[in-house]
Design a protein around this ligand. Structure first.
Ligand code: FMN
Length: 181
């Protein structure tokens, strides 16, 4: 069984319709650690050693966040800039994360059809997440394709619930499957 660390980032969780339900769905899931970055670091003053120690204790790292300006909320960038140190996460002696897996769990306002070459946004979500994918590769990690919930503005409460159940199932599968590395 793999241990999953969810690095969660939502700067306005009190207004959330979708991410809040995803959080509710993963409550009590064995082997899954939820780490709410804005709750722990409201001033973005990230404790690098604590974060690195959390990473070492887990096999799969998921950034869970709303899609903001084709990327993640600011604290995720701050986290990456500070925690993924040269000589620790990457570089010739930076092997701490080798063999782990990393991915994104995204909610996006835009409908799925808008995220294509011909669509309104001209690129897929996976295209926009390329910096995450390459960061994983640089750190000798395997990148997991994103779990994406599209068109959040038009999702009814029951459709949000369906997505939340699918998310919980995805996490269980990820946790229980045999790693290919
Ligand atoms: C600052 C900001 C930037 C956003 N940028 C995007 C974007 O680039 N693409 C997109 O599809 N939706 C974008 N959205 C919509 C959010 O992704 C969407 O409202 C959110 O994922 C819904 O989840 P929630 O109910 O948990 O907040 C943006 C919203 C905000 C507030």
């Amino acid at each position: 069984m793999s241990k999953i660390l969810i690095l969660f980032a939502h700067p306005a969780l009190e207004k959330s319709r979708v991410q809040s339900q995803l959080l509710a769905a993963l409550r009590g899931l064995q082997g899954v650690t939820l780490h709410d970055l804005y709750e722990v670091y409201p001033d973005l003053n990230i404790d690098v050693r604590h974060e690195q120690s959390l990473l070492l204790q887990h096999d799969i790292i998921l950034f869970q966040h709303p899609f903001y300006w084709y990327s993640a909320p600011a604290i995720v960038k701050q986290w990456q800039d500070l925690v993924l140190e040269h000589g620790w996460a990457y570089g010739s002696s930076g092997t701490a994360l080798r063999g782990k897996r990393m991915g994104n769990v995204i909610t996006a306002g835009g409908p799925e059809t808008t995220y294509s070459k011909e669509g309104w946004h001209h690129h897929t979500i996976a295209d926009f997440l390329l910096p995450f994918e390459q960061t994983a590769i640089l750190c000798n990690m395997q990148y997991i394709p994103p779990f994406t919930i599209y068109g959040t503005h038009r999702l009814t409460p029951s459709l949000i619930q369906e997505q939340a159940v699918a998310y919980r199932q995805m996490l269980e599968q990820l946790r229980d499957e045999q790693t290919r590395i």
